[in-house]
Design a protein around this ligand. Structure first.
Ligand SMILES: [Zn+2]
Ligand SMILES: [Zn+2]
Length: 130
């Protein structure tokens, strides 16, 4: 039998997969609460943290904004719209060799990095023209 914790965790994982576009914890909570109004915000937050630690989902830290959660765990870059705040995937080759440079010059054992570009998304560009 599945434990309560396991069920809650799969609810959270399903919501991240369904929302796809780098939802914040609040958005993920709202998505789950639609079908499961009894689930608490703390439960959702705790499971998001667990899933991110296990590498099931990826936590994306947004400077000056709420963390986002990504269902795509492989290395990829992101671009954030300065107007609406949405975060999009950037389909470009991930730059390799950056870690080596950091290691060589600073003696770090380097575990990864995130690239976040800034811009204005097509939707916001269009609405700005009105
Ligand atoms: Zn936008
Ligand atoms: Zn992404």
């Amino acid at each position: 039998m599945k434990s309560r914790n396991t069920i809650q965790r799969s609810l959270v994982l399903e919501a991240v997969n369904r929302l796809k576009c780098h939802a914040t914890a609040d958005q993920i909570y709202a998505e789950i609460a639609k079908d499961h109004p009894t689930i608490s915000k703390a439960t959702v937050y705790r499971n998001l943290a667990l899933l991110a630690n296990w590498g099931e989902i990826r936590r994306l830290e947004i400077p000056g904004g709420a963390d986002c959660f990504d269902h795509r765990c492989h290395d990829h870059c992101h671009v954030r719209c300065a107007k609406c705040g949405r975060v999009f995937d950037v389909d470009m080759e991930f730059v390799t060799g950056l870690e080596k440079g950091i290691h060589d010059s600073h003696g770090f054992f380097f575990t990864g990095y995130d690239i976040l570009f800034h811009g204005i998304c097509p939707d916001c560009q269009r609405s700005g023209q009105h």
